[in-house]
Design a protein around this ligand. Structure first.
Ligand SMILES: [Zn+2]
Length: 232
């Protein structure tokens, strides 16, 4: 017992965020999937990283404003190299836990080399989340208005709040039923994880499906051709 941060009302700096996905056109967008998807194929057999530079990382954070609106004011955040490394380390932990979530199916090919061990990833995620002390609060103006849960924060440093919010988003997703719908896209070259929105979805987007079908077709043609050439 003991050693836990105590947050009292007068310490509160502001809200620390809603733990819900953003819904766009009927499609749920999860912040943690957005983070994992900053690694993507470059169309040429390689991998592109949106977080390779501080400028790219700043741009990505600004693009997540909808997700982070209650957690931290992204407008005031300028990413330095230290923050960029913290976010990419957190992404490494998230992708390692995604690999565990899709097991026994294979992980994304981008994670096959030098993966972070799952236990280390779990410890890292929880440590980053714990850097921001938060308290839940129930808001309920009265009859006819549904009660709303909020998280209040005692942390004033926006960098800490940002990284902790990214970690909480990962915790929320990985402990939700959506985790069971997580898949690694099986299209050639694709390195993305996605949440399956219907039964047997194998690919993260239609263009990946087209590429995968074309590759299977090509494979079948080659098999037929090699059968023909060995038939006397
Ligand atoms: Zn894909």
């Amino acid at each position: 017992m003991g050693g836990q941060a105590t947050v009292v009302a007068q310490d509160v700096e502001g809200e620390a965020g809603r733990l819900v996905p953003v819904c766009e056109g009927g499609v749920e967008r999860w912040l943690t999937l957005e983070l994992a998807s900053t690694i993507r194929h470059d169309g040429d057999g390689g991998v592109m990283d949106d977080l390779a530079t501080t400028h790219g990382t700043t741009r990505w954070i600004q693009a997540q404003a909808d997700h982070l609106t209650d957690a931290v004011s992204v407008g005031g955040i300028t990413v330095d190299e230290g923050l960029r490394i913290e976010i990419t380390e957190l992404r490494r932990a998230v992708r390692a836990l995604f690999a565990r979530a899709v097991d026994p199916a294979p992980p994304s090919s981008a994670d096959a080399r030098r993966p972070m061990p799952a236990n280390q990833a779990l410890a890292h995620l929880n440590t980053v989340a714990a850097r921001e002390p938060v308290v839940p609060q129930l808001n309920w103006p009265g009859q006819g208005t549904p009660p709303v849960a909020r998280l209040l924060s005692a942390e004033s440093d926006p960098h800490t709040r940002l990284v902790a919010a990214l970690a909480r988003a990962a915790i929320e997703f990985l402990s939700s039923p959506q985790r069971e719908q997580l898949r690694a896209c099986t299209a050639p070259r694709c390195v993305r994880y996605f949440v399956r929105s219907h039964g047997r979805q194998e690919w993260c987007k239609p263009s990946c499906g087209n590429r995968a079908r074309a590759a299977r077709h090509y494979q079948r043609q080659r098999l037929v051709a090699s059968d023909d050439s060995t038939t006397p």
